[in-house]
Design a protein around this ligand. Structure first.
Ligand code: NDP
Length: 419
């Protein structure tokens, strides 16, 4: 029995909340708190009567530590599941530190204003020293390690699908299939079709920033950076078929490079269709992906936020999206002196997700592991004081929970590899 405070009520949070309500034996009491309280109330209304979980709602501005502290002190949750945006990670962590609640999220910190001079100075130093230019990295949250340790509480970072399940797949492969892992290729394929000329499957701001940035991968102890979409491969995904995929920078590369001993290369590929890429390039060329404010008719607007207002709400794609996702990792390495290759993946059907929880598979594949990560923390299956990435814990209970809660996985010991 536990009390969970969930911050945010968007696409991912909606799935995680459905799953907490299916799992009332663990989550008997939850609060949904977000910027727009009406969304929390609508979800509460939908779920009440279908679950034994007690649901309350609240309004909170998660950029404001004092508001968060008041909310946590009023409710006294065992843990806070942060499913707002990466912009709020540090304020929610600060509030957890002040109140002694465990912290859980699905994406690492990224600033909303990348022109902020104080942030930019740290960022530019990191670009020079670490060798990758993504706006997000783990340094900000790993810096809380001692504070969380002293407070005797846990921060569990990155329990979505990627990062999250892909990181747990890595720990599982190391535990059960390899003495040493040499390479990891993370392949994220969305074979779904929503019928719009252009839409993003999750928060457009976060998604478009990620995709329009330089790619990078980890090789022999350092980062190798590429131009956006410079490296393309074609892969025949089980249950989806052949797709173009492109190398991107992705946050779990950073933590896996630290936590998987002896790993020589880690790459991340995501599938994109030509139409998506053409739209994105055009929007980028005209300045619509910019996060810097511009004046328009006497009012300050941020181009990418304006674009977000024009694009379909990712939460509305559920009923229209058909097809499947396939996300997983191909590992090479050695076991008992012999070289081997193992592919662990999950296939998820957009329409089945919609029928179950009213969301498409991209939100589903993130929301389910968010619930599972919270379950690992509140049940004590994963214990520790400090800041942790999911691959640092025993993967077995998490892997069992994936099978039980809607994301069954497959192990293929003779897969196609990526050149
Ligand atoms: P949405 O934009 O759909 O939802 C974000 C929610 O956060 C909204 O309810 C929004 O409120 C709320 N919010 C935003 N700012 C604040 C604030 N200052 N105070 C309180 N609430 C706030 O995003 P998604 O659900 O798609 O994504 C949620 C998280 O999941 C993101 O961090 C994203 O990066 C991560 N993610 C992780 C993945 C993984 O595999 N690891 C994959 C996909 C996403 P409002 O309704 O008012 O806008």
């Amino acid at each position: 029995m536990s009390r969970l405070l969930i911050i945010g009520c968007g696409g991912v949070a909606s799935v995680a909340i459905h799953k907490c309500c299916q799992n009332s034996a663990v989550f008997d009491d939850i609060v949904i708190a977000s910027r727009t309280k009406s969304k929390c109330d609508a979800l509460k209304e939908k779920l009440e009567g279908t679950t034994a979980t007690k649901i309350s709602t609240a309004r909170v501005d998660a950029d404001n530590v004092d508001e968060l502290v008041a909310l946590i002190e009023g409710y006294r949750p065992d843990a806070v599941l942060n499913l707002a945006l990466p912009y709020q990670d540090l304020t929610v962590m600060d509030a957890c530190l002040k109140t002694g609640a465990h912290y859980i999220d699905t994406a690492n910190y990224e600033p909303e204003d990348t022109d902020d001079p104080a942030w930019r100075a740290v960022y530019e130093k990191r670009c020079r020293e670490a060798g990758f230019t993504a706006y997000f990295d783990y340094s900000w949250q790993w810096a809380y390690q001692e504070k969380f340790k002293e407070a005797g509480i846990m921060a569990l970072l990155g329990t979505g699908f990627d990062p999250g399940v892909t990181s747990v797949f890595s720990a599982y492969a190391l535990k059960h299939y390899f003495d040493e892992i040499h390479t990891i290729d993370i392949l994220d394929c969305n074979g779904g079709d929503h019928g719009y000329p252009f839409a993003t499957n999750f928060n457009p701001e976060i998604n478009l920033r990620e995709v329009s940035a330089n790619g990078s991968y980890w090789e022999n102890g350092h980062w190798v950076e590429t131009k956006p979409m410079e490296i393309k491969r074609v892969y025949n995904f089980p249950q989806v078929g052949e797709k173009d995929m492109y190398l991107l920078h992705h946050e779990e590369i950073e933590s896996l490079a630290k936590n998987i001993p002896g790993v020589k290369r880690i790459r991340f590929f995501m599938t994109f269709g030509q139409s998506y890429l053409t739209h994105m390039k055009c929007l980028e060329n005209v300045g619509m992906l910019s996060t810097s404010p511009v004046m328009f008719n006497g009012q300050e607007i941020v181009p990418i936020q304006f674009l977000k207002a024009l694009l379909p709400d990712p939460a509305s794609l559920g009923p229209r999206t058909v097809g499947k996702t396939n996300i997983g990792c191909i590992f090479t390495g050695v076991k008992d002196g012999k070289e081997k290759t193992v592919y662990i993946y999950n296939v998820c059907d957009h329409q089945e997700c919609y029928r179950e929880v009213g969301s498409q598979a991209v939100s589903y594949t993130t929301g389910v592991p968010a619930m599972i990560g919270a379950m690992m923390v509140v049940t004590g299956a994963w214990k520790g004081a400090g800041v942790f990435n999911v691959e640092e814990f025993d993967p077995d209970p998490y892997m069992e929970a994936l099978n039980r809660w809607g994301l069954p996985w497959v192990v293929d010991e003779n897969p196609q590899t990526v050149e």
